[in-house]
Design a binder for this molecule. Structure first.
Ligand code: SAH
Ligand code: SF4
Ligand code: F3S
Length: 481
């Protein structure tokens, strides 16, 4: 089968595992039985999940983990390239590594991920950041043990951007996840959509889906381990299975997951509107463990802009999807991404985005000012608006959305909702008595009172007040299901 060859073979896996043993021996010879690793992740949840896989490899090498960069033997920075701001933050943090190297010259510093996959970035690191030891891109992820071994045994810097852009799917390495009740689960990698502004298809390669059996096995294992809020990840989960010869599409996968015994919620991101089908929404409505919640990035409200973005849907098509979904699931929460100031966008076209916001009334939004990415189609497209005008539109967008978010949250006051109590304390510590964080099925943040000792449990809470960003509630009963 075509896609079988995409899964890392047993032989290659064994080779990498062998490198893990050798690395362990090198540290043991240096008198370090449990070397320490520090990992830092920029970017999206997919990158978080990749870091968890890297931590899985490090665990196989005998590493423990530390939150203190200065005491680590290996420091990994997993990078993001989505906007210039993300890259600048990485360059800023990489500067910090030079101090660490001065204090501890034997520490190994590693830059990996989407930003590192770009040739111009690797060149810059090679020439201007001599204290970075290893640079590898997303295509080389499966070779990380080999790269670390090469660095440790040769003492030379290692650069690896090579690899098949079709990529290799790594199976049978157990990710080391964060403690808690929420988990990420990558069901596919890469993207085929080439939205004209976006660097992801260039730095993550083509779409490739994991076998449904592998996804289900991992999901079951997460449920056994006590995870209760599990998010399926892919750049466009709606095209899951397109490369699996029709045996399982995304709604089919959701239904199979829903059939897994246990008390859990499953959610997913991201959905591309062009591939969101009625079957998807029908399945969501029918499957009680699938959260009535969707992140459906619209990007813009003007059809002309959407076309230039190569999004392949119209505002009307988007609105009809939302309509269909809400008829089936009146309590559905919908969040979205918007790009302001895409090249060529006029103030009138921006106004169409505001109109779309007023029609859809999203629960919340992630908003970005367009950032030109090298190698993408929109990189050279000319602007109509000045920087100041774009900023003004951006501020207006936030203002409108904040009002809508608050109005939507106000509707919850007095209602009883089911929430999953998290481990996190109320860090911001505003409204002192609400000490615990929790999430609703719609992923709304609820600060709770009366939830001590209920971490990791589903409970019912009555909402007492609301703000633009969160709800505040009291636990009224433990829910049994
Ligand atoms: N695969 C996901 C999105 C991944 S990137 C999807 O298609 O929805 C997350 C968000 O970053 C995008 O939805 C978009 O709103 C924003 N984004 C991507 N490239 C950008 C750029 N060059 N400038 C500004 N925002 C960008
Ligand atoms: Fe980027 Fe578009 Fe792919 Fe999302 S669907 S990752 S925005 S190219
Ligand atoms: Fe960034 Fe790569 Fe994710 S570019 S947003 S980390 S896919």
């Amino acid at each position: 089968m075509e896609n079988r060859s995409r899964v890392m073979s047993r032989e290659l896996l064994d080779i990498q595992k062998n490198y893990c043993c050798k690395i362990n021996e090198i540290y043991a010879e240096r008198g370090i039985n449990r070397p320490l690793a520090f990992t830092q992740t920029f970017g999206c949840q997919q990158n978080e999940a990749d870091t968890e896989l890297i931590r899985g490899m490090l665990a196989l090498m005998g590493f423990d983990f530390t939150d203190d960069m200065a005491s680590a033997d290996v420091i990994i920075v997993n990078t993001c390239a989505i906007r210039d701001h993300a890259e600048q933050r990485v360059y800023g943090n990489v500067g910090e590594l030079s101090h660490i190297k001065k204090e501890n010259p034997s520490a190994i510093t590693v830059l990996c991920g989407c930003m590192a996959q770009q040739q111009h970035v690797a060149e810059r690191i090679k020439n201007s950041y001599p204290y970075v030891d290893i640079v590898f891109g997303t295509y080389a992820l499966s070779r990380f043990p080999q790269l670390l071994y090469t660095r440790l045994s040769s003492g030379k810097r290692v650069f690896d951007l090579d690899g098949d852009e079709k990529g290799i799917i790594i199976e049978d390495i157990e990710p080391v996840r964060k403690k808690g009740h929420k988990a990420w689960l990558s069901i596919m990698y890469g993207c085929n959509n080439f939205c004209s502004y976006c660097v992801v298809p260039y730095v993550r390669g083509r779409e490739r889906s994991r076998e449904p059996e592998a996804v289900l096995r991992e999901f079951e294992s997460l449920v056994r381990q006590g995870y209760k809020d599990i998010t399926l990840l892919g750049q466009n989960v709606n095209s899951y299975g397109n490369d699996l010869g029709g045996k399982c599409d995304f709604p089919d996968l959701l239904r199979k997951i829903n059939d897994i015994p246990g008390d859990f919620w499953v959610r997913f991101m991201t959905s591309h509107p062009k591939d969101a089908t009625k079957k998807l929404f029908d399945t969501m409505a029918e499957c009680e463990k699938v959260c009535a919640s969707i992140h459906l990035p619209v990007q813009a409200g003007s059809d002309r802009v959407l076309q230039d973005m190569n999004r392949r849907y119209t505002a009307e098509k988007y609105l009809s999807l939302v309509d269909y979904a809400r008829k089936l699931m009146p309590n559905l929460t919908i969040t979205s991404d918007i790009i302001v100031g895409f090249p060529g966008e006029t103030n009138e076209e921006f106004q169409e985005t505001i109109e779309l916001l007023e029609k859809v009334r999203f629960d919340s939004l992630f908003t970005f000012i367009f950032s030109p990415r090298r190698g993408t189609k929109a990189y050279d497209m000319p602007d109509v608006l000045t920087k100041e005008e774009k900023q003004k539109n951006f501020d207006r967008l936030l203002e409108v959305q904040n009002r809508i978010s608050k109005e939507k949250n106000d509707l919850y006051v007095g209602k009883t909702v089911k929430v999953l109590v998290g481990r996190e304390e109320n860090e911001k510590n505003y409204n002192n008595e609400y000490t615990k964080q929790s999430r609703t099925e719609g992923f709304k943040l609820v600060y709770l009172r009366g939830a001590e000792g209920l971490e990791g449990q589903f409970v019912n809470a009555v909402i007492e007040r609301s703000s633009t960003w969160a709800l505040f509630g009291a636990v009224i009963e433990r829910e049994q299901r």
